[in-house]
Design a binder for this molecule. Structure first.
Ligand code: FE2
Ligand code: FE2
Length: 292
């Protein structure tokens, strides 16, 4: 009888760590190109003279996306007395800025946060990104911080993780049958490498410095230099996302925002923290439902 040998968890860990750190060092990690529409929307964010026509021009070339946008404009959150049937009308109904964020989210969800092997964790990562984005925008508004990029920083802060999941999937494809990842090992690998991978993605996708800094340093935000305040905001939004049960791991990590120093350092008052903890879960559910 043939016996099949399996890698032990320690062997898998060693192999994966070696592969990923070599790929990082040699900058040959497999990074997909940025989805076209996401890139086009990103270029609009910085422009003060952006018009509804600019956004319409991006959306109209993608009939499926256009149909989704019109559907969102007719959802109970926005629906008025008149049925929305055109992209133009949808932009007016949803709002230019808000629709830019929604379109960016939809495209990233469709193209980047996708995995066959890690479908459950990928969904969790995606919902974590949306929760963090919503929270970053809310906190930015609350504290009068520059909110231009807050939402996008939230969506993108853990972008290294979906890329790493695809790398893990690819590694296993090369060694079928004898290669298994435990949930704990996946969490460990994502945690340890996602900022560095995020840095490579930011460079490869030519992100503006603000986004690059928030992605590369959202955990050690004191190291973000000139863009520290955005990295700090992203860090706090990330903490809140975990605190409301929208974390980014297979296992749940308990986080208390009431006593967290970074929250305090952002001048959030206890009543503001409590209020956000109470209202955020329901509103995050709506954000997630909207882009499904
Ligand atoms: Fe992170
Ligand atoms: Fe995160």
């Amino acid at each position: 009888m043939m016996t099949q040998s399996y890698y032990t968890t320690d062997q898998v860990r060693e192999l994966v760590r070696k592969e990923i750190s070599t790929a990082l060092r040699e900058e040959r990690l497999d990074i997909p190109t940025i989805p076209l529409v996401a890139n086009q929307v990103l270029l609009l964010v910085n422009r003060p003279d952006v018009t509804a026509k600019d956004l319409e021009n991006i959306i109209k070339h993608d009939p499926k996306l256009a149909a989704r946008v019109v559907r969102i404009a007719n959802s109970p959150v926005f629906a008025g007395t008149v049925k929305v049937t055109t992209i133009q009308r949808a932009i007016v109904t949803i709002g230019l800025r808000s629709l830019q964020e929604t379109v960016f989210s939809i495209v990233m969800g469709d193209k980047i946060f996708k995995s066959k092997t890690f479908a459950k964790l990928m969904t969790r990562l995606w919902e974590h990104a949306l929760a963090t984005a919503f929270l970053a925008r809310e906190i930015a508004r609350l504290k009068g911080l520059d909110s231009e990029y807050a939402f996008l920083c939230g969506i993108l802060h853990d972008i290294g993780k979906p890329i790493l999941l695809n790398t893990l999937e690819e590694l296993r494809r090369k060694k079928p049958d004898r290669f298994f990842y435990s949930d704990e090992l996946v969490d460990e690998i994502l945690m340890d490498y996602h900022e560095a991978v995020g840095g490579l993605v930011s460079a490869s996708w030519n992100f503006p410095d603000l986004l690059k800094g928030a992605i590369r340093h959202h955990h050690e935000y004191h190291e973000a230099g000139a863009v520290q305040s955005m990295a700090h905001l992203t860090h706090v939004a990330d903490l809140f996302a975990h605190a409301i049960g929208r974390g980014s791991y297979n296992g749940e990590k308990g986080v208390s925002v009431m006593t967290a120093k970074p929250v305090f350092e952002l001048n959030m008052f206890p009543n503001e923290v409590k209020e956000l903890m109470m209202t955020a879960p329901g509103r995050v559910n709506k954000v997630i439902a909207e882009v499904q």
